[in-house]
Write a protein that binds this ligand. Sequence first.
Ligand code: GSH
Length: 324
Amino acid sequence: MSNKDDIKAFADKDGHFRRQPSKFRDSISREAGAHFPPEKDRYVLYINWGCPWANRTAIVRFLKGLEDIIQLVVMDYEMFPEGWGYSGRNGTMENDPLYGFTRHRQLYEKAEPGYEGRVLVPTLWDKKNETIVNNESSEIIRMFYTEFDDLLPEKFQEKSHPAGGFLPDSLKKDIDQFNEWVYNDINNGVYKTGFASSQEAYEQNIGILFKALDRVEAHLEKSEGPFLFGKHLTEADIRLYPTIARFDVAYHSLFKCNLKLIRHDYPRIDKWYRNIYYDEGDETRGGAFKKATYFDHIKYGYAGAKKVQIVPKGPMPDILAKGA
Ligand SMILES: N[C@@H](CCC(=O)N[C@@H](CS)C(=O)NCC(=O)O)C(=O)O
C-alpha cells in the first residue's frame, strides 16, 4: 500500500488535503432501455454511520421511503488496515450479506478485478450485473429523488413534495450555487482542515471554513426558514446536515476545527440543525435525520481516522435538547 492509499496520510507534499474523485459514475435511470433501471430488490447501498457522504444517501433512502426497495448494508465505522469492513459490532453487519466478504475491498474487486483505486462508502451495488453503479454521494442522492418514483406510493413521489421535489426546478440554480461553496468550504472544508499536514495549510483552511459557517448563519438570518431555502426541506439541507451533525462532536476536537462551536456560536445554524434532527413530521418523513444519526459511530469513526486512542467525550450532550 503506497502512502497515498492510506486514509490517514491524506495530505499532499504541500500539506494540503485533496480529495480524489469517485471512480464509479453510472446512473440508475427510468429511461427506456437503461442499463440500470429502477427495480425493487436489485440495488444495495453500502454505508457506515460515521461517514458524512454515506450519511446523505441513507437520509435520502429514508426520506424517499425506499427502505423496501433498496437494501441497506451497514459496515463498521472502524477503518481496518485493508479499509472498510465488517465486525458485527455496534449493530453493524457481521459480513457482506451477498457474498460473505469480510472487507469492502473484496466487493470492489468483484466489480473490477485488480481494482487499485480507493474503496469508498457510499457504494451503490447492482445485484443483477454484480457491479458498482456509483460511489459518489452527490449523484446517488439525485437518483434516489427521482428514478424510483414509479415504484413508490404517490405520497413519496417528487410531485407530492410540497416544494416540487428535493431539488425543485425553481430553486435548482440557487441550490447548486449554495452546494458548491458549502461543499468546498464546509463539507470538504473540515477535511482540508483536519487532514492538513502543515501549519500553513491548517490555518488557511480553518479560516475559510469558519468564514463559510458565518455565511450560512447570515443566509439563515435572511431566509424565511425553518429550512435553508424556505418552508420546505431541500437538497441544500440534506447536504449540509451531515457536516453540522459531526461538527461539535468530532470536527471541533479531532479535526481541530475549534475556533467556535455550533451550539454556542451559531444560534441560527444550531436552531436549523435541531429542528431537522428532532422533526418527526412529514417534512422529514417521520424523522429521517435522527434515524440516520449515530453519534457514537461518528465519534469513534473519526477518532479512528485520526489514529487517536482516546475518544473525546464532549461536548455533552451530543446535541442540545429540542427546545433548549
Ligand atoms: N466524494 C465521495 C467521497 C466519499 C468518501 O470519501 N468516503 C470516505 C468515508 S467518509 C471513504 O470511504 N474513505 C475511504 C478512503 O478514502 O480510502 C462521495 O461524496 O461519495
